[in-house]
Design a binder for this molecule. Structure first.
Ligand code: SF4
Ligand code: SF4
Length: 383
């Protein structure tokens, strides 16, 4: 398992994490089995959005005596009301659901307090202009949450939240299909077939691109949900690209987005979790998604670096994907952030080492003009 720094929180998290959907309709023994399985795979990052009392209690028992092995992003505003899940902004319900989570998990802190599911502008205004954000700040000041996060499916909302400077972790739905759609307040449309019909699959949505770059530049970690687009990407019939991707290819796509720290892999069983966790040890040839997407019958990615690394190896030893990522980050910021300058300086070969042999351009399935891109990097970084 590889570990990544969770942005400015400084926490070291497994690049593959575990969500809580799998615990629905299962007992304590299953919770124990999944947690054992996760730890044996090196997974230390866990999302808990489910408010079902029995799930929280089962997880609390499964964590007993080893709380320190778990880095938990626990959701604020996810409540169990009248026997049903409810996303709530009613402060009485919010406080009660929060207390319930701590009690049932038998813990006195949550690592990342995730303000739950903010997709609509009106809701964002309510959350960030009112009592919810104040509650989250209060939890942080008391040490009940160590860091603050927010979950959303909407890049427009995500950008606003990230720009407040309050959010340290962003839980976002990420996959190559959603990345091509414009921002939308209705998450349900993401799952509809018509959403992807017509000519919408052309390059990453500019707002998404900007979001990823700003997250990386500001040290806001992205934790990923829906990496397989609800399973649609794993089947040729349902894939909007007209071609299926494998689990490692989907994970690799998510983990090569700027700012990405961990993918909540959506495993329902121990075997599925092991399959996802095996990603970390796979050779590049089994992860790379570029050739599949570039040759898909329904796509039109072009002249956009996807940071896939398919162009490697470079004759001069340049890490082309990283150089492109760093220059994109600077262009998005209109500046050269110090952290990016440092990362660039740490590269063993610089864009100025490019001998213009052109071999990388033949390997790039997305038609990126790499030699031009290296010249752009030299202009920005001076080497
Ligand atoms: S230049 Fe092309 S092959 Fe290389 S990382 Fe970018 S998209 Fe991938
Ligand atoms: S053209 Fe430049 S970047 Fe591409 S392989 Fe040759 S030396 Fe490397």
């Amino acid at each position: 398992m590889n570990y990544r720094t969770l942005g400015k929180t400084g926490l070291k998290v497994s690049e593959i994490g575990l969500g809580s959907e799998c615990f629905v309709n299962h007992d304590e023994a299953f919770a124990m089995e999944m947690y054992e399985c996760a730890l044996s795979c090196g997974v230390n990052y866990f999302d808990l959005y489910n408010p079902e009392p029995y799930i929280r209690s089962n997880l609390g028992k499964a964590m007993e005596g080893r709380r320190d092995k778990f880095i938990i992003q626990g959701h604020i505003c996810s409540a169990w009301i009248d026997g049903q899940y409810k996303r709530t902004r009613d402060m009485e319900q919010v406080r009660a659901a929060w207390e319930d989570m701590l009690t049932r998990l038998n813990t006195d802190y949550i690592d990342v307090g995730m303000i739950h599911y903010v997709d609509e502008q009106a809701d964002y205004d309510r959350v960030f202009g009112g009592e919810v954000i104040e509650f989250a700040k209060e939890l942080k000041s008391k040490g009940l949450i160590r860091h603050m996060g927010m979950s959303t499916h909407n890049p427009k909302i995500a950008l606003q939240a990230v720009n407040t400077g309050l959010i340290e972790v962003l839980m976002l739905s990420v996959n190559p299909a959603y990345d091509m759609l414009p921002s939308n307040e209705d998450v349900n449309t993401l799952f509809e077939e018509e959403t992807f019909s017509g000519n919408v699959l052309s390059n990453i949505d500019p707002e998404r691109e900007e979001l990823y770059r700003i997250c990386e530049a500001k040290g806001v970690a992205v934790t990923v949900m829906k990496p397989y687009a609800g399973g649609a990407l794993l089947e040729e019939k349902s894939s909007p690209f007209g071609v299926k991707l494998t689990v490692p290819q989907c994970l690799h796509y998510c983990l090569t987005r700027p700012g990405a720290a961990s993918v909540l892999a959506g495993a329902k069983t121990c075997d599925e979790l092991k399959e996802a966790a095996a990603y970390s040890g796979l050779p590049e040839s089994e992860r790379e998604f570029a050739s599949v997407l570039a040759n898909a019958p329904a796509h039109s990615f072009s002249d956009k670096c996807m940071y896939c690394g398919h162009c490697a190896p470079c004759t001069a030893g340049i890490d082309i994907a990283s150089v492109n990522k760093f220059t994109d980050l600077c262009e998005a910021q209109g500046d050269v952030p110090e952290t990016v300058r440092e990362h660039y300086a740490a590269l063993s070969a610089k864009a100025s080492d490019c001998v213009e042999c052109g071999s990388c351009e033949k390997n790039c399935p997305f038609g990126v003009h790499i030699i031009k891109a290296m010249k752009r990097a030299v202009q920005i970084f001076g080497q």
